[in-house]
Design a binder for this molecule. Sequence first.
Ligand code: FRU
Length: 735
Amino acid sequence: MRRSIHILYFAGLFLLSASCKNTYIIDDFEDGSLGKWVVEGSAFSYTPATEALDSNISGYKGSFFVASKNHGTTVKGHLTSSSFVIQKDYINFLLGGTPSPSAYVELLVEGNLIVTSTPSGEDHNLLDWISWDVSSFKGRKANIRINADFNEQRKGLIILDHIEMSSRPKSTYLDLCSFTFNASKKWLLIPAEDGSDNSILSILCEDQNLLNVPQTITPARKRIDYYIPIDISGVNSKMLNIQITKVKKNDVVRGNISQEDEYVFSYDEPYRQLWHMTPFHGWTNDPNGMVFHNGEYHLAYQYNPYGTRHNNMHWGYAVSKDLVTWENRPFILAPDSLGSIFSGSSVVDVENTAGFGKNSIVAIYTSAGGKNYEIQQQSIAYSDDNGRSYTKYGKNPVLTDHSRTDFRDPKVAWIQGQWVMSLATGQTISFYGSSDLNGWKKISEFGEGTGSHNGVWECPDLIKLKYKDQDKWVLLVSINPGGPHGGSATQYFIGHFDGQHFIADKMDYPLWLDAGADNYAGVTFSNTPGRHIFIGWMSNWMYSNDVPTKSFRNSMTMPRELYLKHDGEKIVLGNKPVPEIYDAFNLVKEVKNISVSDSFLLDPLLTENVGAYRVDFTIIPEQKGKFGFALLNDKNEKALFIIDHNTNTISLDRSASGLVSFHPGFAKNPVCSPIVRQASYKMELFVDKQSSELFINDGEVSFTNTLFPTSVYNKIQWITEDCRIIIEDIKIYTL
Ligand code: FRU
């Protein structure tokens, strides 16, 4: 542990000195003393700092500033100015340091907390102007307080200089002087704009941040794209103080924050999935913490409740009894002082090995801290109320390795008498063993020199499957970027796990789990003996932040059964819909066998088409040429699926499929993958509002791709080129 340096420097007398008519200096610390500032605790010393603290610091004025810096020891305290009367519209000051909930400057008016500002975090060592609009407090007595609370885990820096009152703001942004109001309704609604500049949101109630730690939002500046709904029913009749940093004077968010008794989540937007899991609201990526317990499938997921892009990672939570309908529930894990909650898994601790209680659900996840999530450590939390809420373990993290920056996504299973964690470690998977889920010991590492290394390895899963009565182990490894269609994709290895080491069979790696572009970070549920139920994130990091939805972004794949089968050339990992999905669909239309030498159009597909259906058919082709089918709508948009026997590939051309211009990579090239030529192709195509999941020959090949048609595809046209095909048993099903 390195020595902590916590130095502060001092200011002169706390009399306001008029530097010019429009500006009063509250303090600039330039006389080298703290004057009447009151020092409490150990975070600040009794004299101001100079560049001797750290020569990398810049942006301060003159020679002196106040600062607290820590490299690992515990320091906690604050420094409070003597009181002054607010005489101007703005308070401006220079602030630098690490963005952290435990380092901030606050304004107190007559003892009441009005606003807190944290360093913006762009460059820790550079001080930048912060401006507070204090016009509504003119004539009242105020104090400024700087706080730091650092320890071994929470290292940090905060620097403050040149505090002035002025008739003009120095920063183009205002760190808002709070909206203080009495909470009396269920929802607090904060207007947001997709892709606007980031601000930091805190909601203080009796000095606690309701959001646990400050969250990044993109507040409405020019227009309102969506509202951020925050449930405040738990603090009804208390005073809330909302603070949003970096808001300009005319930003729309000002004056448009409201509280409401009811909030209708936009379930009716055009690309809202009808039967795949999507979050109520906000962003999602990877499925997490998938576990079957007490008759329910618990599905957590990477979740940003405060925006529609990747940020503020929580674990959102949905639950299902039938794997078809998902009940969205409040999130279960929120960021804390160790960082955001990245991906991980959950297990049922039947024997109470961890000491949280027999049959408790234990979640093992990555705490991702630091400026760019580079401090990745594994933490645990447990639930004794059937997954509805979690308590974080008091001694987190339980596994760290400071030599690694990509060190994440623990997937835990009980294997041969111990808990085994598969962990993504850069471009390998490391295995750790534990008897109690708290103490972990490394047992082996796999991956060097095999598979695809065109990106970072993520989200592993180690599962035991049968192939013709023989035990085989399969290791799933997601990789981003470097997927065959650009962006992200999931590869797998087939081999053997002896309790310590995973040894891959000699095969032609990389092998990809899905031939499509949109099936990533998928893993299996734990505690489903005899079944391996997989769910993936139905998107691709290349464009997932840009897809054209409004109040939410992205969805999960349908649950699929993983199994091993032979494709005529080799053993492959098949994935096919779980039986529950088949059960949910009802046959509504049938067309008998048709021979096609050019094209055949089925129009309409359904008389009432809400955008969710399944089409089954078998194609028996000649062994040459190209054939396939297109999904079409009344806007002439088409998603064209082709099997090419000249190249032995399957492809999907999305270039005219609907909305495509949101990202240049989405439809630039057809999504194209090699397949093994077959005598017949049994096709099962499942469509939802923004997705197509095609399973060929019982999931020997799965082809998962998102699509954004501007009206529902309600025709199918089969086509051929240089060949004739027979289409057998066209069957159309709806939910
Ligand atoms: C995979 C991933 C994980 C990480 C999470 C962060 O999509 O990058 O490795 O834990 O997403 O949201």
